[in-house]
Design a protein around this ligand. Structure first.
Ligand code: HEC
Length: 143
């Protein structure tokens, strides 16, 4: 499991690096890959919260850090011109209400910056982070 989380973190770093270092990539494809990693890291946290996997503070922190890394990069992945294509589910509201979207990203960054030391702090961090998924998707994702 540690290995999985490590490779997820590495992939996020690589994705972020690729997206800032080269414009050749399609932003819609990159942000979808980043969101898939969000899903995977959320699965790690949810498994521990539900007791399906043993609590491990290091693994939990790494998974939260993956969400945080994704949050930090997310605001840059919706440039003008990437409204369509790549089967994007990005809603038009991202571009028509950029201030609102930026605020949602800022909230997500802040809600994924906790320190996890025990089960209580994991539950608090997971609850705070996961609340962002639904609220942002409702406002800024088409499904
Ligand atoms: C600040 C807004 C925002 C937050 C917060 C957010 N998402 Fe997303 N998510 C999006 C948008 C926008 C898309 C559509 C991207 C596209 O298709 O271009 C998306 C797409 C996805 C996808 C589909 C990716 C694909 O395969 O196309 C998954 C899975 C996902 N999000 C999971 C999550 C999870 C899990 C969380 C919380 C831990 C989360 N998201 C938090 C905005 C957000």
């Amino acid at each position: 499991m540690i290995k999985t989380v490590f490779s997820i973190s590495t992939l996020v770093a690589a994705t972020l690096f690729a997206s800032v270092s080269a414009n050749a990539g399609d932003p819609a494809v990159e942000r979808q890959a980043l969101m898939k990693l969000n899903g995977a890291a959320t699965g790690v946290l949810a498994g521990m919260v539900k007791g399906q996997t043993d609590f491990d503070a290091v693994k939990a922190q790494q998974a939260l850090n993956v969400l945080h890394g994704a949050a930090l990069g997310f605001g840059y992945m919706f440039p003008e011109g990437s409204e369509t294509g790549a089967n994007t589910e990005a809603a038009a509201t991202i571009w028509s209400d950029r201030a609102g979207f930026d605020a949602a990203v800022a909230k997500y960054i802040s809600d994924t910056s906790a320190t996890i030391t025990d089960m209580d702090s994991l539950k608090a961090a997971f609850g705070a982070a996961a609340a962002n998924c639904g609220s942002c998707h409702k406002a800024y994702r088409t499904k």
